[in-house]
Design a protein around this ligand. Structure first.
Ligand code: ME8
Length: 525
């Protein structure tokens, strides 16, 4: 089969100074839903995630915990970051660690090329550094401290004192790329999304770009520069390169050509690294810039970014242990517009679980499957003559499928789910109005009953396919209960862009039992 349109998507790679909270899981799920959608649509999809393990922040955390940085990162990856993938049902194709040999060797090749081509020089440097951000801070992000930090300069993001660093560094000639970057943002208005993120990046670069310090010499937890091993590569340059080292830069050119360029999904706090520094590095190396950079919003707690350092993190398993991974995925993708900030609340989660997943979708699926079993011995009947109400359901399915796919193209995951949910609402209304239980009491209405239940079951078929990227566990159960595997193949093999085409469910398939897809929470505990 010819490979489909390429779709390579990445998450940020996460600092392993601590365990993941739901903000990290949110970033992972957003990329996963997009990847699953494209994969199911037949696009040549690749989803990459991983961990960012070098630099001073990790080194200090490890030391404070009495471990070497390598021991620390190995432990955190094995005990917290790998398990997270299962907790939230990630379908990543690869997981890269910046301590992987494949990464380190390709990073050295990349940085040597920039050095050989004259993009790197040595100079004395001094500036205020935030270890939390792993960044020399620009003037606009430096504040005067108060309280315990009175008299000191603090980071606007972390609120903690900045450190004055004075050392000999290697620099990347980033200032040379200002015009090329501005041209890029102009020629490709959707290179940075959403619009607010793009405006911020354009304003930043328009002010002028400075060269970038890309090495550190006062500690050694990083990748040594090939031409001067007394320096390690700046952790952000090391980290950004994961997006190309993981797909074979410098090692497997065929795979690299097949995958690159990528769409990067990143928190808005790290937008500048991805939309300014990263394309500048790629341009210097003569590589294509990313396909796009999409800035996601923050999960807020009490109006502030949920964070490890402020101890406001909630572990993803606190939610999934009670509600399950599907509900986690659905809730965050539905309740928050990707690109905007959002607040998490247990009340909102529980309310949506009950109203939308349990009563809305789960109950619809149970009712329809149960009625096919009761009135037709489990055999999906062929549709008889169709009426306007049946046609309206078919039209809703077609329109919703098209609208959802168009929304996914714009990274508007929340809109895609809302579009698909139109089918849930319309089908629930349809079943209530057609009253199949009343039709079943009248032998002369047998044909009408068949049409109504075929229509409802065919609607469920479309829902299973369209919702599988978001709630893969529940839709797999539904697919199996619909008994269509033999006739249509596995759920994952259903072409998503055909999901809205009416009539794919063959009459005559035998439905099975369907346990509650979203059980009452009291029962699930
Ligand atoms: O920045 N709400 O890693 P990181 C939503 N290693 N998303 C959140 C969040 C919140 N409260 N907190 C974190 C780094 N995130 C670097 C990235 S990439 C080459 C290197 C998400 O662990 C958000 O997407 O501090 C953020 O960009 C990501 O976690 C990584 O955070």
């Amino acid at each position: 089969m010819p490979a489909g349109r390429p779709f390579y998507i990445t998450t940020p790679i996460f600092y392993v100074n601590d365990v993941p909270h739901i903000g990290h899981a949110y970033a992972e799920v957003a990329a996963d839903v997009l990847a699953r959608w494209h994969r199911q649509a037949g696009d040549d999809t690749w989803l990459l995630t991983g961990t960012d393990e070098h630099g001073q922040k990790i080194l200090r955390t490890a030391t404070a915990n009495g471990a070497t940085p390598k021991e620390w990162t190995d432990r955190l990856v094995a005990e917290a970051w790998h398990p997270l993938l299962k907790t939230i049902d990630m379908s990543n194709d690869d997981f890269i660690r910046t301590t992987d040999e494949r990464h380190e060797s390709a990073v050295k090749a990349f940085i040597s090329k920039l050095h050989d081509d004259g993009f790197i020089y040595e100079a004395e440097y001094g500036g205020l550094y935030c270890v939390g951000c792993e960044e020399f801070k620009p003037e606009s992000e430096i504040l005067d401290g108060d309280g315990e930090f009175a008299g000191q300069k603090v980071c606007a993001i972390h609120g903690r004192p900045l450190e004055l660093l004075q050392e000999k560094n290697y620099f990347f000639r980033m200032s040379q790329f200002q015009q090329q970057l501005l041209d890029l943002y102009k020629e490709r208005p959707d290179f940075v999304q959403p619009e607010s993120a793009r405006n911020e990046v354009v304003a930043f670069v328009s002010q002028g770009l400075q060269d970038l310090s890309i090495s550190r010499s006062t500690f050694d937890w990083g990748i040594p520069l090939p031409w001067d091993e007394s320096h390690v590569l700046y952790v952000w340059v090391d980290a950004l390169l994961n997006y190309i080292t993981a797909i074979g830069y410098g090692a497997d050119s065929a795979n690299f050509e097949r995958r690159w360029p990528a769409y990067h999904l990143v928190g808005k706090d790290i937008l500048r690294f991805h939309a300014v520094i990263w394309p500048a590095l790629l341009l210097a190396a003569g590589l294509e810039v990313p396909a796009g950079v999409f800035g996601t919003g923050w999960l807020l707690v009490g109006g502030e970014k949920m964070s490890k350092s402020k101890l406001t993190g909630i572990a993803p398993s606190e939610i999934t242990d009670t509600f399950g991974s599907d509900a986690f995925r659905y809730y965050f993708m539905r309740a928050i517009s990707l690109g905007q900030d959002g607040s998490f609340s247990w009340e909102d989660l529980a309310a949506r679980y009950q109203a939308e997943l349990a009563n809305g979708f789960g109950n619809l699926a149970s009712r329809v499957v149960a009625m096919v079993r009761r009135y037709f011995d489990g055999v999906v009947p062929a549709s008889g003559a169709v009426q306007a109400a049946d046609e309206a359901v078919a039209a809703t399915v077609a329109a919703a499928a098209a609208a959802a796919d168009a929304a996914i193209e714009r990274f508007a995951v929340h809109e895609a789910i809302a579009a698909v949910w139109e089918i849930v609402d319309v089908l629930n209304g349809y079943v209530t109005e057609q009253e199949p239980w009343a039709l079943a009491k009248d032998e002369t209405q047998r044909d009408r009953l068949a049409t109504v239940l075929y229509t409802a079951a065919e609607g469920l078929r479309a829902l299973a396919v369209l919702l599988s990227p978001v709630i893969p566990k529940a839709t797999t159960k539904l697919w199996s209960a619909l008994g269509v595997e033999g006739a249509l193949g596995a759920l994952a093999a259903q072409p998503l862009r055909d999901a809205g085409r009416w009539g794919r469910l063959p009459a005559g398939v035998v439905v099975g039992e369907l346990e509650a897809l979203f059980p009452r929470i009291d029962d699930a505990r």
